[in-house]
Design a protein around this ligand. Structure first.
Ligand code: 48H
Length: 269
């Protein structure tokens, strides 16, 4: 017999259990676009406990739409190799590859989940947790602030503009993979302090120049504030580099790079 209240109980208990299991993690990834999915997948593969929060109903960010709704993305060699690991089929044209954007999102997400990434959709990161930590072990006065988690709420609460207080999740590191918006970096500037950019602020992205944007993104992928890293399009927005259009190799390579930087940082601890 299918009892309606049993369906309800199974859903609520299971979802709450998952939530409670992820209150303290190694890394929180903000945003489930190509950069966030790649970052999270590599970290989980390396054995880290990773949670990804996506504010929309579906993950995939700007990848679904390909280029101007033609469902294809272009990649260079480094990006194609990352897609290969997810069994995405690519066709080669000279030194570029092309892939179906829908196949990319679905297979990248499946691979990330298989590696152990926990994805929560419909949840927006609306603030960060900060703590003062001793910078120099010989000087108790030398304190620096560090990001050590995120403050979350249902996207529906934000959309309805309801006054509902949020909850939080602790982590060793947070990755801003929120795309053009760089929404976590913006809120850090507003509430916490200066980023390590030239102006201390989110500089903002520049007009399209694919070659330069794809090269800059690798330099821009780094720790932007203690405990906070930036990856994907957000990296170029934060550091004032160009946009690249529908070439996605940089997003994937940036996601891979940020995972390596975090793993190095974890070793230093
Ligand atoms: C939870 C959030 C929040 C928040 C935003 O936009 P994305 O696809 O970002 P990337 O960097 O993985 O990929 C960028 C690419 O899609 C793109 O736009 C390119 C290549 N543009 C080039 C050009 O010239 O235009 O994904 C970011 C995700 C989205 O799904 C957002 O919904 C989500 O982050 N997000 N999730 N809490 N505060 N803010």
């Amino acid at each position: 017999m299918i009892e309606e209240t049993k369906i309800t109980e199974l859903i609520v208990r299971n979802a709450v259990d998952d939530f409670l299991e992820n209150l303290e993690v190694d890394v929180v990834v903000a945003g489930g676009g190509p950069a966030g999915l790649t970052t999270a997948r590599y970290l989980a593969k390396a054995g880290k406990k990773v949670v990804l929060f996506e504010r929309k109903l579906s993950i995939g960010g700007g990848m679904w739409g390909g280029g101007m709704m033609f469902p294809r993305v272009v990649l260079q060699k480094g990006g194609r190799e990352i897609l290969d690991e997810c069994n995405v089929r690519c066709k080669k044209f000279d030194d570029l590859w092309i892939a179906d954007s829908i196949e990319c999102v679905t297979k990248m997400a499946a691979k990330a989940i298989d590696e152990g990434v926990k994805i929560f959709n419909l949840i927006s990161i609306e603030d960060v947790l900060i703590r003062g930590v001793q910078n120099n072990k010989n000087n108790k006065e030398d304190i620096k602030t560090r990001i050590c988690g995120v403050v979350i709420n249902w996207t529906a609460v934000q959309m309805a503009n309801l006054h509902v207080d949020p909850l939080s999740v602790k982590s060793n590191f947070v990755v801003d993979a929120t795309g053009h918006e760089a929404s976590i970096c913006h809120l850090v500037v507003k509430k916490v302090g200066k980023l390590n950019t030239k102006t201390g602020d989110v500089i903002g992205e520049r007009s399209m120049w694919a070659e330069k944007a794809e090269s800059d993104i690798m330099d821009n992928t780094k720790e932007v504030y203690p405990g906070l890293f930036v990856s994907g399009m957000a990296a170029n927005a934060v550091y004032g580099s160009e946009r690249m259009g529908a070439i996605f190799g940089g997003m994937l390579m940036s996601g891979k790079k940020v995972s390596e930087l975090i793993l190095e940082k974890e070793k230093e601890k």
